[in-house]
Each structure stands twice: as structure tokens, then as C-alpha cells.
Design a binder for this molecule. Structure first.
Ligand SMILES: Cc1ncc(COP(=O)(O)O)c(C=O)c1O
Length: 381
């Protein structure tokens, strides 16, 4: 379907707001809200902990793994259900084994989202954490990465796209320079808005959530663990769901995905996420990307015509997601966000290193007329 010429706003709850903060939390389609409601009713009517509900819930878990595996091109048992992107990052940060000579490589320090920075920074207590030099948009040179790698490098951790500039790192190319050093990818800003294929990126671990570009509910996270690479990680949490006991006192972790899942899962969230993932796949991620590019190009072009607007992030639309970050010269970024919110326009305050910026992040259900209304409102600030 051509999403540029089709209005799909009726698929989402009625609202008098223009919501352009999808890089933080996206809207959920009506069908997902309905699916969650129906699930809760069925689940409660058959008895939440009964033989029948066990089968019912097992099927829901299987379905969501299948559809997420389809989206990122992996096997369903390589999809671990977590609560957030941060959860998956911590599984890797706390699960790898290190010695005193070990080191790892990150990109950008404070240019990175806190969730993909603090867990690695914490590792400085045990190992050396090397930082890649970056340009203003957050890109680095693959040869700089290659030169930081040595025999003691245990991990390279990168975001697929950056939360502040929207820059998309060319991971397929970058992963070729890694010489078998494990790669962790934070794809919170890409899964659901661009095609992500773990086999092409060639990463060992990846983490993202359901509530950003996948349009699913809050509290749903996904951790991709390559089957072979699972051996590199020792879970730091353990429970009845993730391990078995043998010879009365010995414990063994179960196979993927159970190995990393302690306690019951967020079943209602899983149902909503499956429905949203299906909704997205019906349009196709290529069409979604096309629409998002259309909206962000329009927004950047229109903003660039306004005097005093400073735009950030790559010019090339193929090197960025739909995130459009900007400032208005002489105006506080927080004030811009607050004044627009009073007019029912939702953007976000973010930062590029120490500089505060305004971030707009349209998704495929936003319309050209919404973008033009936002531009008009910005002109009048
Ligand atoms: C790149 C990146 N990583 C991690 C996160 C944190 O995600 P979660 O709240 O799912 O842990 C975000 C959220 O904005 C993000 O943009």
C-alpha cells in the first residue's frame, strides 16, 4: 500500500493531538488495544492459571517470537522476551566473562543514549572501556574501530540508529571490520521503522523494545541472542523458568530462550505486540520506511525555510531515520517543546552531548497535513 497517499489515522485512537514523539513511545493501533482487551477477557474466563490457559499463553508466546523472528530474520528461539531495551543491554553487560586484561569498545559516550552507555560505563570497574571518536552526527570511521580492536577486546557495543540525530550506522559494513569480536547492537531506534536483518548485520546480540517503532505496548522488550553466541553469556538472574535442578542440588540453565527468562512474562503485552507487529507487516517495512522518509524530508525542508532554525543530523535521508532534530536560535529548547505541547503538538526535548535540542519523530501514521501544521506552529512561536 502507498502510505503516502493513504490516510490510516482511523486505525488509531481518536485524538486532537499531533503526536510526533514516536522515537520515545509510539501510538498503538486500535486492533492491538482490542486484542489486549480480548485476551484479558478470555484469559480470565478460562482461569489465569489452569491447564487450558497454559496452552493458550504458550501459543501467544510462540506467535510473538515467530513474528519478531520474521521481522529481524532470525530463529524464533533466538528471541528472548524482556521488558525493555535496557534489560537486553544488561543481559550482555553482566553476562559476558572478563579478565583483568579485557576491554570493550563503545561509540560516542554522552552522544549515546544513557541506556546504551551507563551499563558499559559501569564495566569500567572491571575492564577498560574504549571510546570511538565521532563526528558531529555521531558517525565514526570503520578504520578507527579496527585500530581499537586487540586480542583482549570482548565486545563492541553500538546503536543501530542514534536517538538524537537519527543517524543510521552502516552496520553491515562495520561488522566486516570486527574480526570475530562479538557485536552487540541497540536497535531501539530501528526495528519497526527500517528493515533490520541480524544475519546481514552479523551481530551476536541485539536489544530493542516493542513500544517505540513497533507500535506495541509499554513494558515489552526483545533481546536477540544468536544461538551459538548464547554460550558467551552467563545469566545473572535465575529462577524456575530459566533453569532446572538435577541430582537434588545442581543447577543447569535451560536452552534459549528460557535461559534468560525468569518469572512469568507480560502476556497481555505480548498479545498487543504481536498484533502491532502484524499490523506493521501488513503494510511492509519498506513502505513504512518510504512514508517516514517522505514525512521527515518534508519536515526538514519546511523547517530549513524558517529563519533562525538550526537543523541537526545527516542531510542524506538514507543515512537517517525519520528523526528531525532542531533548535530555534535565541529560544530555549524546553520552551519550544512546552509551547508546542500547549497547542497539542507533542515533540520531545533531547540532547546532542551537552546541547539541548528539540526532536520530532514522525511515524507512518502521521500525515503531510500534520507536518505542515507543526511547521506553521513553529513559524508563529
Ligand atoms: C537508542 C536507545 N537505546 C535504549 C533506549 C531505552 O529503551 P528502553 O526504555 O526500552 O530500555 C532508548 C530509548 O529511547 C533508545 O533510544
Amino acid at each position: 500500500m502507498n502510505l503516502v497517499s493513504n490516510d490510516i489515522s482511523a486505525d488509531f485512537p481518536d485524538s486532537d493531538k499531533i503526536y510526533l514523539n514516536n522515537a520515545s513511545v509510539s501510538l498503538m493501533p486500535n486492533q492491538s488495544i482490542e486484542a489486549m482487551k480480548e485476551f484479558l477477557i478470555s484469559y480470565n474466563s478460562i482461569g489465569p492459571d489452569s491447564k487450558e490457559s497454559e496452552l493458550f499463553v504458550t501459543e501467544k508466546l510462540r506467535n510473538v517470537r515467530k513474528i519478531i523472528a520474521k521481522i529481524i530474520s532470525c530463529q524464533p528461539d533466538e528471541v528472548v522476551l524482556t521488558q525493555s531495551t535496557t534489560d537486553g543491554i544488561n543481559i550482555v553487560a553482566n553476562g559476558l566473562s572478563f579478565d583483568e586484561k579485557s576491554n570493550m569498545i563503545i561509540r560516542g559516550m554522552t552522544h549515546e543514549h544513557h541506556s546504551n552507555f551507563y551499563p558499559w560505563l559501569k564495566l569500567q570497574e572491571k575492564i577498560s572501556v574504549k571510546n570511538l571518536p565521532i563526528d558531529k552526527d555521531g558517525f565514526f570511521k570503520p578504520e578507527d574501530l579496527e585500530s581499537l580492536i586487540d586480542d583482549n577486546t570482548k565486545l563492541v557495543a553500538l546503536s543501530h540508529a542514534l536517538y538524537n540525530t537519527g543517524s543510521i550506522l552502516p552496520l553491515e559494513e562495520i561488522s566486516k571490520t570486527l574480526h570475530d569480536v562479538p557485536l552487540f547492537v541497540d536497535s531501539a531506534q530501528t526495528v519497526g521503522c527500517i528493515d533490520v536483518d541480524v544475519s546481514k548485520i552479523n551481530c551476536n546480540f541485539m536489544s530493542f523494545n516493542g513500544s517505540k517503532w513497533l507500535c506495541g505496548p509499554m513494558g515489552t522488550g526483545l533481546f536477540y541472542c544468536n544461538r551459538k553466541s548464547s554460550e558467551l553469556l552467563e545469566p545473572k538472574t535465575i529462577g524456575g523458568e530459566s533453569a532446572i535442578i538435577y541430582d537434588d542440588i545442581n543447577l543447569a540453565f535451560k536452552e534459549l530462550p528460557d535461559k534468560f527468562q525468569t518469572g512469568f512474562r507480560n502476556y497481555v503485552g505480548v498479545v498487543g505486540l504481536e498484533s502491532s507487529a502484524n499490523y506493521l507487516l501488513n503494510f511492509g517495512l519498506k513502505n513504512i520506511r518510504k512514508k517516514n522518509q517522505y514525512l521527515s524530508i518534508l519536515l526538514r525542508e519546511e523547517l530549513s525555510k524558517i529563519p533562525k532554525i538550526i537543523l541537526y543530523g545527516p542531510e542524506d535521508p538514507n543515512s537517517r531515520t525519520s528523526i528531525v532534530s532542531f533548535n530555534i536560535e535565541g529560544m530555549d529548547s524546553q520552551e519550544v517543546v512546552d509551547r508546542l505541547e500547549k497547542q497539542n503538538i507533542i515533540l520531545a526535548l533531547r540532547e546532542i552531548m551537552e546541547k539541548k535540542i528539540v526532536r520530532a519523530s514522525p511515524h507512518f501514521f502521521n500525515s503531510e497535513s500534520q507536518i505542515m501544521s507543526v511547521v506553521d506552529a513553529i513559524k508563529k512561536l
